[in-house]
Design a protein around this ligand. Structure first.
Ligand code: SF4
Ligand code: SF4
Length: 376
């Protein structure tokens, strides 16, 4: 395979691969589907044409959790190799129709959910939220994100954060309908050209409204703003980082008790990929009356919920139990009352899994923001 004047193998440094299989060994998806990063790397090395791209249906099973990349002893990034292969498939127009629809919606309306740009700020309802794109001034930009803005279940995350920020005296505003998708999932679906266009649109937008500090609902938005927006000058935090600071400084006080046992699902884009492990736990451990217990597979070893990397828009070829369902069983065995999450995709996948596994009467799946908003 050739890309511009370098081969695919050269571009991704694949000649360093020793075929040790650590990447596949750490991949929770490869247990259930034909996705095998070690084999993909070898085939990309051996192939000098697009042969390797044939019958790659399972390439859309990857959640881009990056476990393979973090485990590779030779510094190869199999998750990036997979994104590169998706890019080649998109160039051939060989992609699932649901991914194509998400990409078209993002291009047209700035979100992958097929919703109108003009409805982006409707989530706020009758809440009073400053809009910096309409001349309001605020120290902090709250970047809501597509899923909290449009998904009826996840809108409660955005509303909860508004309640918390107000209670803690945070001077914040949003971009209202001017906010547009961050592109994290778009890049991971392989549409690198569209992603670059979004960066070129978003950076001047943030500069125009003088954004110096930003907080995101989603670890996916945090990840791309922090690591992939070249030339961006603003600081960005995930909301759990800000909440931990507010609790520590005494600006946010939890006045009510919660007599529940709580566990926590590390989002891959917050934990594994950005090493934010302690802040969510600090928030949960500070809840009066609650008991916090970790999953056995936690932090770097956490089990991906399978919601990332475009998987919210692709069915996947795997059979058998989804990882999120495995998590629901683990939580049940631990005696957890609540699985706390800090990511819109974890919230959607785990809540579905808890229902599917028949635990909806005993286990709640709640975003940390929702839990905290009820305790102030
Ligand atoms: S972990 Fe790295 S070196 Fe080992 S097979 Fe995977 S890509 Fe190759
Ligand atoms: S990114 Fe995650 S799901 Fe994708 S191949 Fe690597 S370990 Fe597997």
């Amino acid at each position: 395979m050739e890309i511009e004047d370098v081969t695919f193998a050269e571009r991704y440094g694949l000649y360093g691969c020793i075929q040790c299989g650590k990447c596949t060994g750490g991949c929770a998806v490869s247990l259930k589907t034909d996705l095998n990063s070690r084999r993909l790397v070898r085939e990309a090395l051996l192939s000098d044409n697009k042969e390797v791209l044939k019958d790659l249906e399972y390439i859309w099973d990857c959640t881009t959790c990056a476990t393979c990349t973090l485990r590779c002893p030779k510094g190869i990034e199999p998750s990036e190799v997979i994104i590169g292969m998706r890019t080649l498939l998109i160039e051939e127009m060989d992609l699932p129709s649901t991914i194509q629809e998400a990409l078209e919606s993002t291009y047209k309306d700035g979100n992958p959910w097929g919703r109108a740009r003009s409805k982006r700020s409707e989530w706020a309802g009758d809440l009073t939220v400053k809009n910096v794109s309409k001349g309001d001034e605020a120290e902090l930009l709250y970047y809501v994100g597509c899923t909290p803005a449009y998904d009826p279940r996840i809108q409660s995350v955005a509303k909860s954060l508004v309640k918390i920020f107000d209670a803690a005296g945070v001077d914040f505003g949003t971009l209202g309908n001017k906010e547009s998708c961050c592109g994290n999932e778009i890049r991971r679906m392989g549409e690198v050209g569209l992603f670059e266009m979004m960066v070129e649109d978003n950076i001047p937008l943030f500069e125009k409204y003088n954004v110096k500090k930003m907080v995101t609902s989603s670890p996916h938005c945090l990840n791309t703003f922090k690591n992939e927006y070249e030339g961006a000058t603003f600081e960005v935090q995930h909301y759990t980082q800000l909440l931990a600071e507010l609790i520590e400084s005494g600006k946010l006080k939890l006045t009510k008790e919660l007599d529940k046992t709580i566990t926590y699902q590390d989002p891959c884009f917050l934990g594994k990929q950005n090493k934010i492990f302690d802040e969510p736990r600090m928030i949960l451990e500070s809840i009066p009356g609650a008991t916090f217990i970790d999953f056995d597979r936690a932090r770097e070893r956490s089990l991906c919920c399978e919601g990332g990397g475009g998987r919210m828009w692709a069915e996947g070829t795997g059979e058998g139990e989804r990882n999120a369902e495995t998590r629901a069983h683990e939580a049940n065995e631990m005696g957890a009352d609540i699985i706390a999450v800090a990511c819109p995709f974890c919230l959607l996948t785990l809540e579905d899994a808890v229902k599917l596994a028949g635990y909806e009467d005993t286990i709640q799946v709640r975003d940390i923001s929702e839990i905290i908003a009820e305790l102030i």
